[in-house]
Design a protein around this ligand. Structure first.
Ligand code: AMP
Length: 310
């Protein structure tokens, strides 16, 4: 089993109602890699960083089985930078700043050693770059999962439509699903989005869980009710990493197994939000993850006896 992950490796500055993070390491591909590497190794990473990205972060990822041959280092440029501020409910946030820096001229190159990977996770990134990676693969992966965000819908919609034609699973949050489809009902939104290409659509609803749509089937997974949500940044990418990591580890891309993958993704995301940045992802063990998955099972498991109501 092998997985390619594409996305940003970045610096973030996060403000929540509880405090400010200062400049910390983030990026869509960083979170996906930390999460997916719990289930599958190697994770074949494709990204770009500047001279300022900390070597110890690269070492920590490498020690987790993350291959960095596809991560370009631009010695005279700064890494991608994103700043965001969360509202009081922590479900919504404003982007305060996006500095593309190294991303502005990024031309991803798939190393030969990554060819033949069976799973591809297109983390949040310019759609044209996501497409470029797909086009470079000599053999189409068994499953292509894609994440995106409103930023790209606003500035790169034609490119986004091109990539959508090529992917199997699209992940996005509820407001993005509404923006992309022009539909308020999430059921109708998923139907519209499936017409654009992806056979499966996962709509994330923050603390209200996630929905998986395929044909006439719908599956709902709750988010774990947590006492404290400290920093939601990266929860979506961590969810994606758990989802594709589980599918890659089991090599089973059936709808039934995707349900389990959604629960694993949700469990991982529930850890991510407990501390700033990737801090919590670096601490957890497989047994922590198993215990959390069990909490999900207990949360939604109930017996019911149907009675004949007159
Ligand atoms: P999430 O909270 O899962 O949506 O992901 C947050 C991460 O996405 C942060 O660590 C940012 O560095 C990264 N990010 C923010 N904006 C973008 C963007 N336009 N393209 C790619 N990555 C981004």
């Amino acid at each position: 089993m092998s997985l390619i992950v594409v996305g940003t490796m970045a610096f973030d500055a996060i403000e929540t109602p509880f405090g400010k993070s200062g400049q910390i390491v983030g990026g869509s591909a960083t979170y996906v890699a930390w999460s997916a590497s719990n289930f599958v190794r190697p994770v074949n990473q494709i990204s770009v960083i500047g001279y300022d990205f900390p070597q110890e972060e690269l070492n920590a990822l490498a020690a987790r089985g993350v291959q960095l041959e596809g991560v370009q280092i631009k010695q005279d440029e700064k890494s991608f930078f994103w700043a965001g501020k969360y509202h009081l409910d922590m479900n919504t946030r404003d982007t305060l700043d996006t500095q593309l820096n190294v991303l502005a001229n990024f031309d991803p190159v798939v190393p030969d050693s990554y060819q033949g990977s069976e799973f591809l996770m297109l983390g949040n990134l310019m759609p044209s770059l996501q497409l470029s990676v797909i086009k470079q693969l000599k053999q189409r992966p068994k499953l292509i999962v894609m994440d995106t965000m409103n930023f790209w819908m606003d500035i790169a919609m034609p490119d986004l439509e091109e990539v959508l034609k090529e992917v199997d699973v699209l992940m996005l949050n509820d407001s993005e699903a509404r923006q992309l489809s022009g539909q308020f009902s999430l059921v109708k939104a998923a139907k519209e989005i499936r017409k654009m290409g992806p056979k499966y659509v996962v709509i994330k609803k923050g603390e209200h869980g996630a929905l998986l749509f395929h044909d006439e089937n719908v599956f709902f997974a709750p988010a774990l009710p947590l006492e404290d949500v400290f920093d939601p940044t990266g929860a979506g990418d961590t969810f994606a990493g758990g989802f594709i990591g589980h599918l890659a580890a089991t090599k089973d891309i059936s709808f039934e197994n995707m349900k389990t993958a959604i629960i694993k993704g949700s469990a991982l995301a529930s850890f991510c939000v407990e501390k700033f940045g990737t801090t919590r992802m670096k601490e957890i063990t497989i047994s922590d993850i198993d215990q959390r998955v069990q909490q999900f099972v207990d949360l939604v498991n109930f017996d019911i006896t149907l009675t004949n109501n007159i």
